[in-house]
Design a protein around this ligand. Structure first.
Ligand code: GLP
Length: 240
């Protein structure tokens, strides 16, 4: 594991964007994935800036989203699709080769999971997976207790996630399920970058990185990843 401790959120965002850019192969088509949520906002802004300045070439890169709240789509402010479109895809003056954004409003969610699996199978494995960590240690919506051996799936949201989720939305949503890439997708990624910021993430980051590998803290599986970068600010690493 490569642990990179940054002074603050800004430095974390810059470092993560730089490591993400370096994780994109130059000589072949590639597949990458970024998380939604608050933590990646700065990184995504930096990354888009690097693309627009011609410092990163994404013309041979496909982008796939990590997860989505079931029932929400790109028009719902705070959804993962909304994040992906407004904070990343619409900011790029040079687009990705293609982008696959998970549809949380799909009529048949089994089909949506199958499509996501087929996409990652066809163009993957992921060259790069950037991840945030939830307050219960989730990655995407791989909630506590998740089966480590799953690909795309639909999963009930944990009570922790339900209480945290209000921060993303300007209006009330009654959300009960998430759809997500599975931990198998994440563990097959050639480079994983886990980002974390703030004192509120310190304890769960400690459990993920220093505790036992256990499905109760899904992010702990990353201890077994051969090419993991953890990029976090001082506050988030204060319990390590
Ligand atoms: C959200 C998303 C994750 C995200 C995590 C952390 O619910 N499902 O993809 O990485 O929780 O979010 P934040 O960065 O806002 O703390």
């Amino acid at each position: 594991m490569n642990l990179i401790i940054c002074e603050n959120y800004r430095e974390m965002s810059q470092k993560a964007a730089q490591l993400a850019a370096e994780g994109i192969p130059r000589s072949k088509n590639s597949l990458i994935s970024f998380p939604g949520g608050d933590t990646p906002l700065g990184m995504v802004e930096q990354f888009a800036g690097m693309v627009n300045a011609g410092e990163v070439d994404i013309s041979r890169t496909r982008y796939v989203s990590l997860d989505e709240w079931i029932g929400l789509g790109p028009d719902d402010q705070g959804s993962c699709a909304w994040f992906n479109w407004t904070k990343l895809l619409q900011k790029l003056s040079k687009p990705f080769l293609e982008a696959y954004i998970i549809n949380g409003k799909a009529e048949d969610l089994n089909v949506e999971c199958g499509n996501l699996n087929m996409y990652i199978e066809k163009y993957g494995p992921l060259d790069l997976s950037v991840l945030g960590i939830g307050m219960n240690g989730h990655l995407g919506f791989n909630e506590d207790g998740v089966d480590f051996n799953l690909k795309a799936h639909v999963i009930p949201l944990s009570e922790t996630t339900k209480s945290v989720m209000r921060k993303y939305f300007t209006k009330e949503h009654d959300l009960k399920y998430g759809i997500t890439q599975g931990l198998l997708h994440i563990m097959e990624a050639k480079r994983v970058i886990l980002i974390a910021s703030g004192a509120h993430k310190a304890e769960i980051l400690r459990r993920a990185l220093r505790g036992p590998v256990d499905t109760l803290v899904p992010a702990s599986i990353l201890q077994n990843h051969p090419n993991l970068f953890v990029v976090a600010d001082r506050e988030a690493t204060s319990a390590l």
